[in-house]
Design a protein around this ligand. Structure first.
Ligand code: ADP
Ligand code: MG
Length: 358
């Protein structure tokens, strides 16, 4: 689609961003790109987005703080619509000039959005002619605006969503070998699906954080007060003897809990990374927010950065926070803007928002 037809496009984007971080935010950059791609002088664009998990209207989760940065970034004034009087909004859009960009207030202020309410979808559909979903990070959730709305209008995915899928498919189908999967962080259960799906695809799986603690415990290591997941421990039992799943050989401990991988583990993991042609990474290796427990994460990131020839995919909210602290990721790395959506896709599950379009 070239977006040159004179009509009104409904564009779902991801503004689930801390408004203090706007300038540095990958998601915000994506939003600007997405709107620029769709918005032309002879069409109108209505931007749909949510922020946080509000209960009714919550001022601190308003999308208003994005109006100025968006207007500045696009070089045209974005019109903010702060009510949900849909017949009236439709009239306003219809009577406005071509080239205009509207931003609707946080859709989750309307209870129907998170419940994937068909009536809300119908109201949204009344505002335009075509729907474009460019919000990859929300695509694993069924909302009115990304799951019901595409069933009512001609729909497609936007440029950022397309890029995410292309990069994810690159590691899912025919990845360059050897492929290494690195999994860390806190939410072990959320990552189990990826581990299961990659157990045969990947050549090595390096664990850190709570997933490592959980497997270490399953392997009979005393982990004291370390963070692990009981439910995952049961499910992970079959992984105990899999040699390609590598757990740390030493670790940093504070108050009886493992908080980072140790120096020998760093060296071991680095040798695997140095051989890899495909690298997929989600989840920090340790409690990186508290120095010195950021060492493992930082060291692996440095080793990954040095792999100029490898196909590299990194994602996850906290993982990005950890690596962005060390500067902008280099061009040869693809940074996914979605944590949960990326994990869902890498688990081999269908994304509901994508299914609704196809
Ligand atoms: P992501 O958002 O990248 O998917 P998660 O949300 O699963 O990652 O986990 C990130 C959190 O995991 C961080 O807050 C980090 O402090 C924590 N973490 C990592 N390793 C440990 C550990 N060994 N003990 C406690 N917390 C850890
Ligand atoms: Mg997280």
């Amino acid at each position: 689609m070239f977006y040159n037809e004179p009509m009104t496009y409904l564009l779902r984007v991801n503004l689930d961003i801390d408004s203090k971080d706007v300038k540095k935010s990958l998601r915000f950059r994506n939003v600007l790109n997405g709107i620029r791609f769709v918005s032309k002088t002879n069409n109108k664009v209505v931007v749909l987005a949510h922020r946080g998990r509000p209960h009714g209207k919550e001022n601190k989760l308003s999308l208003r703080p994005f109006v100025n940065p968006l207007s500045r970034g696009l070089g045209k004034k974005v019109i903010f619509v702060n009510d949900f009087d849909f017949p009236n909004i439709a009239k306003r859009i219809e009577q406005s000039q071509n080239g205009n960009v509207f931003l609707l207030e946080n859709l989750r202020f309307v209870p129907g959005e998170s419940r994937a309410d068909k009536n809300l979808a119908r109201f949204l559909a009344s505002l335009g002619n075509k729907f474009i979903n460019d919000d990859f990070p929300t695509s694993h959730r069924k909302n009115a605006s990304n799951f019901e709305l595409p069933k009512l209008l001609p729909s497609t995915i936007g440029p950022n969503f397309k890029t995410e899928l292309r990069q994810l498919d690159k590691v899912m189908r025919h990845p360059k070998k050897p492929m290494v999967l690195i999994i860390g962080g806190a939410k072990t259960l959320d990552k189990l699906g990826v581990l299961k799906n990659f157990i045969n695809k990947a050549d090595s799986i390096l664990l850190g954080g709570a997933p490592a603690n959980t497997l270490l415990k399953a392997r009979g290591v005393h982990i004291g007060k370390s963070l692990y997941d009981q439910e995952a421990l049961i499910q992970i039992k079959s992984f105990v003897t899999k040699e390609k799943i590598v757990t740390p050989v030493d670790w940093e401990v504070s108050k009886g809990a493992i908080l980072d991988i140790g120096p020998q583990s760093i060296e071991l993991y680095k040798t695997v990374i140095e051989r890899a042609k495909t690298i997929v990474w989600n989840g920090p290796m340790g409690k990186f927010e508290h120095k010195p427990f950021d060492r493992g994460t930082n060291a692996l990131y440095k080793a990954i950065l040095a792999q100029k020839e490898a196909n590299i995919l990194i994602g996850g909210g906290d993982t990005l926070r950890a690596i962005f602290q060390l500067g902008e990721p280099k061009k040869h790395i693809f940074v996914s803007s979605g944590g949960g959506a990326m994990l869902t896709y890498l688990s081999g599950e269908k994304l509901p928002a994508l299914k609704a379009i196809k």
